[in-house]
Design a protein around this ligand. Structure first.
Ligand code: F6R
Length: 242
């Protein structure tokens, strides 16, 4: 893995934006796998700035988001769909027919899951997958456990994830306990991966991703198998690395 340690969150966001800009210049119709959460907020702001300056064009891009809560509805301000529209899609020239978001009203709706995987296959997979990392080492919402799944699936969020995400809700009770997530296959089949981590709460997960045995107990450890991963870290997230 290529490790880039930057000395601030702003620098990290700029570095990551530069990598996405380069990807879009290299391939105008890139398929981008996108993440939400606190970490990429600065990156999306930076991409919007670069779009406004005419440096990057998303007209031909296709996007697939990693995950979505179950039960919130797409118009809910904490849904990942709302996040993407308000923080990125509405501000750039992306074609809305090329935006794919995993969404399902209920955990019984298995057709929606299979359809998402078919859509991913039809576009030929992901060119660049953007990832964050959970404090417990999850990628997407592929949570640590005794096994991991390859396909898009429903997941019961771990207590650690619910606690970490409570900062975006009024109370912990309001945090959805279930989500829909892309599985490990499209992530690991992405032609390149860009993972961002910021802050000392991520330091242990970053260390385990790089140094632990590859195991479903550490979902991000599977990235050790991928030949093109760029880790963009701030100094705090990198502080447990040698
Ligand atoms: C979000 C996602 C998650 C987050 C992770 C880190 O789409 O897939 O894996 O990347 O939970 O979240 P933040 O950035 O809020 O610390």
């Amino acid at each position: 893995m290529n490790i880039h340690v930057l000395n601030s969150y702003e620098k990290m966001s700029q570095y990551a934006a530069h990598m996405i800009e380069a990807q879009m210049q290299k391939k105008h119709d890139s398929v981008l796998g996108l993440a939400t959460g606190g970490t990429p907020e600065g990156l999306y702001k930076e991409l919007i700035r670069r779009f406004q300056e005419g440096r990057v064009d998303f007209k031909e891009a296709e996007t697939f988001n990693l995950d979505e809560y179950i039960g919130l509805g797409q118009a809910h301000p904490q849904s990942y769909s709302y996040y993407m529209w308000s923080r990125f899609f509405s501000h750039v020239n992306i074609d809305r027919t090329r935006i794919y978001l995993p969404f399902s009203k209920s955990a019984e709706d298995t057709d929606a899951l299979a359809e998402y995987d078919i859509q991913l296959q039809e576009v030929g997979g992901i060119d660049l997958q953007l990832l964050g990392i959970g404090q417990n080492g999850h990628i997407g919402f592929n949570e640590p456990g005794s096994f991991l799944r390859a396909d898009t699936h429903y997941v019961d969020l771990s207590l650690e994830t619910v606690e970490a995400n409570a900062r975006f809700f009024s109370t912990e009770e309001d945090v959805p306990k279930q989500a829909i997530t892309m599985g490990m296959a499209p992530i690991l089949q992405a032609r390149s991966i860009l993972l961002l981590a910021s802050g000392k709460t991520k330091a242990r997960a970053v260390k385990e991703m790089l140094q632990s045995a590859i195991s479903p107990q550490h979902p991000a450890s599977f990235l050790q198998l991928h030949s093109s991963v760029d880790l963009v870290l701030d100094a705090e997230a990198a502080m447990e690395l040698p």
